[in-house]
Design a protein around this ligand. Structure first.
Ligand code: ARG
Ligand code: GLU
Length: 720
């Protein structure tokens, strides 16, 4: 039995050790060197130079970082920009009111004059990236402490960027790659006038809601349209009425041919964060310790949200955004934990580490530089685990009590006034708290929060060791006999933060009397208690260990590249522009089950349920379906394809990224991953890791046939 297991592991390992097509988020500037050949072998008909070039226009000139966390692509010569509905959600919501409920009904500007301005929204193009590793390493010695090293790197980065900016109109910043073994300067151009052009109703743009989130098969029309404007000189400018549409160097042609199983595709966008090179100890900590606890904490909250939402539609609306936010990561962690278990991720890493240790020990100088890495990792992660746990409880249990977090927002003002410090900033703080009060009470339902508090305190108390718990737990034991409900009742009956009138009243005339009241407030005291333990027992300790780990990870990365000189390593995602490529593919989510690679409008009609919020279907869509009125957007099988799955290695931040075919034509917009594959942030499994994209024809169909905004389609370049 044992031997059998070992053999399976070895077989799995040899599988694992050569990179699969599909895995990897590659640096656009290095595609020609590392990936072009493979991409072409997989079916790509264009060249790396078409994707990224600094000498002439290329696809990278049509990709933007949208807002703070998404990707968008330019699809017309007049700066029309496509991204996800969930990426434009904030803007759509801001323009929505009871009279103009664009969230519910959708929004379509019927001319450029009707497009809506979005103060604060920016999009950023990458102009160029440059390898600055050598300049960054100037004066960095191997015997420096990690602190000395960081200081030196910071100085070097500043100098490089300052020198560049002196004679450039562009912005620039430096990012570490391969755990700090390489550095690139990213040169960017940011546009500040970005207007909303169109968005489908939520029951299309968010069809399936949180029920279907992270899941395949999927039927969400997750897109929205914007337009970039520039000053009359063609340069980025703040909003002005007479700004003109941006004329991009490149925009994507759109293919209405559709995709077929095994077709080559690539995704070009801004993946935010992955951790593919962690040692087994870290993987174990994340998937066996931290994720299960965070899942439990969020589940507790979500169950309480649901109980109340099901009873009262008003509460459901109030908690819709909170619920979506809490549920999104919760669901992802479940998928991630299950995925690592299923693929035996920890065992695979352990076997790899055995190999690594043997390699390191085989040679004297290697054994000196790399021989102790793994035990040092083990030691650091052993120390880090309880601290990370305590940190998670601080954030996911302590600060998940809405009243406590709300009270905490007052600490800055309280300190200002109590210490008579920074009083010139007082007005600004008062203004921001005034808005905070409004936002807080608009979406607050106290009975939920009370129940959440009692439930979370119990979990908190049971899980953490005394020294990592806030002092109020002693009070709960001594004064309340360990009764969390009684303590909760006490806090909520005494706290003044439960009344909007009271907190607004303080702001009208904020003096030392208010400070005294707040300092005595039990919700505020809970916040202070949480913060105290965080700052004295968790924060610095975690920082120190993470410093150590940064250094270990940098060396470990370098060592792995030395051990396998022929393997192509890709750097972890770090919110820089990357290319990932794979094939359109279904998958086996479980024994005996196969999921096809595409979904259709028929599936929307199957899911339709007028009584379930997530599955309501518009009459207009039903009519189009009944008449099979799909125009040129129908697939050759006669149905209307809605979404497709492919093996491109994507992550958060890739939302809104263009999915391109072998010719570099737009065939989809990325918006999610399948649940069985969400562990790809830690370890990629080609068998089940799939990104989920809207079929571009569904987007065109909705714009043209559903919304009657065909004039927008005319602006685009459709190809067959
Ligand atoms: N899971 C996707 C992502 O991580 C979509 C999230 C928005 N959609 C939702 N139903 N909450 O961002
Ligand atoms: N929905 C995610 C985003 O907002 C993309 C899904 C993923 O993590 O792959 O970026």
């Amino acid at each position: 039995m044992r031997i059998l297991k070992l053999i399976t592991l070895v077989v799995m390992l040899s599988f694992q050790s050569h990179l699969f097509a599909g895995e990897g988020m590659w640096i656009p500037m290095l595609l020609e060197q590392y990936n072009e050949k493979e991409m072409q072998e997989m079916g790509m008909k264009i060249s790396a130079e078409d994707i990224y070039s600094i000498n002439h226009s290329s696809m990278k000139d049509a990709i933007v970082l949208f807002g703070r966390g998404c990707t968008g692509e330019i699809i017309s010569k007049e700066g029309l920009l496509l991204t996800n509905h969930h990426c434009g959600f904030g803007q759509i919501q801001k323009h929505s009111s009871v009279e103009h409920d664009y969230l519910t009904n959708g929004f379509w500007a019927m001319s450029k004059e009707e497009e809506l301005v979005n103060p604060g929204l920016t999009v950023t193009l990458m102009v160029e990236m440059r390898d600055v590793s050598e300049q960054m390493m100037a004066g960095v010695e191997s015997d420096m402490s990690q602190a000395q090293r960081s200081a030196r790197l910071k100085d070097n980065a500043k100098e490089i960027v300052d020198t560049f900016k002196k004679d450039s109109e562009y912005n620039a910043y430096i990012k570490a790659f391969y755990k700090g073994n390489q550095y690139y300067m990213i040169i960017t151009e940011t546009f500040k006038d970005v207007r909303l052009v169109g968005a489908p109703p939520s029951n299309i743009g968010k069809f399936g809601g949180d029920t279907d989130n992270w899941m395949w098969p999927r039927h969400t029309g997750d897109f929205s349209l914007f337009r970039i404007y520039v000053g009359k000189d063609g340069k980025p400018a703040e909003y002005a009425e007479d700004n003109i549409p941006y004329q991009p160097k490149y925009h994507f042609p759109i293919s209405i041919k559709g995709v077929e199983e095994d077709d080559f595709t690539f995704v070009f966008g801004y993946p935010a964060r992955t951790n593919e090179y962690l040692p087994s100890y870290a993987l174990k900590m994340i998937t066996e310790d931290l994720n299960p606890q965070k899942i439990k904490l969020r589940e507790t909250r979500l169950e309480i949200f649901n109980t109340y939402s099901n009873k009262d539609p008003e509460v459901r609306i109030k908690y819709a955004t909170k619920d979506a936010r809490v549920a999104n990561a919760w669901k992802k962690w479940i998928g991630e934990k299950g995925g690592i278990q299923r693929m035996k991720g920890v065992e695979i890493k352990q076997a790899y580490e055995n190999e690594f240790q043997t390699w390191a020990d085989a040679n004297n100088s290697r054994s000196v530089t790399y021989g102790k890495l793994l035990p040092e990792f083990e030691q650091a992660y052993t120390e880090l685990t309880p601290l990370n746990e305590a940190y998670d409880y601080y954030k996911e249990a302590g600060l998940a009590i809405e009243l406590v977090k709300f009270a905490g927002y007052y600490s800055k003002l309280v300190n200002m006034v109590a210490d008579e410090k920074d009083l010139d900033k007082k007005d600004k703080e008062l203004k921001s708290l005034e808005n905070r009060n409004k936002a807080f009470f608009k979406d607050y339902h106290q009975p939920i929060d009370e129940e959440v508090m009692a439930a979370l305190l119990k979990l908190y108390d049971n899980q953490l060791s005394t020294d990592l718990k806030p002092a109020f737990f002693e009070e709960i034991n001594s004064k309340f006999n360990g009764d969390y409900n009684a303590y909760t009742d006490y806090v909520f009956s005494k706290s003044l933060f439960t009344s909007q009138e009271t907190v607004d009243g303080w702001l009208a005339d904020f003096d030392k009397k208010a400070v005294k009241k707040i300092q005595k407030d039990p919700a505020y005291q809970m916040f202070i208690g949480l913060k105290e333990v965080y700052e004295s027992k968790i924060k610095k300790q975690r920082e120190a260990l993470n410093f150590t780990l940064d250094s270990l990870q940098r060396i470990y990365m370098k060592a792995q590249m030395e051990m396998e000189p022929d393997k192509r390593f890709y750097p972890d995602a770090n919110f820089t522009l990357r290319v990932t490529y794979g094939k359109v593919n279904g998958y086996h989510p479980q024994d005996a089950v196969y999921y096809k690679h595409f979904t259709t409008l028929d599936g929307i009609m199957e899911k339709e349920d007028p009584d379930v919020y997530d599955y309501v279907v518009e009459d207009r869509l039903k009519e189009l379906y009944k008449n099979a009125d799909y125009g040129k957007y129908a697939d050759k099988d006669g149905t209307l394809h809605v979404a497709f799955a492919a093996s491109n290695h994507t992550t958060g931040g890739n939302s809104g990224s263009p999915v391109l075919n072998a010719n570099g034509e737009l065939v989809g917009v990325n918006f999610d991953r399948c649940w069985e594959g969400t562990m790809s942030d830690l370890m990629y499994d080609p068998n089940v890791c799939r990104n989920i994209s809207i079929d571009i024809r569904y987007f065109l169909f909705i714009v043209d046939k559903f919304a009657g905004a065909g004039y927008l389609v005319e602006e685009m370049d459709l190809v067959n």
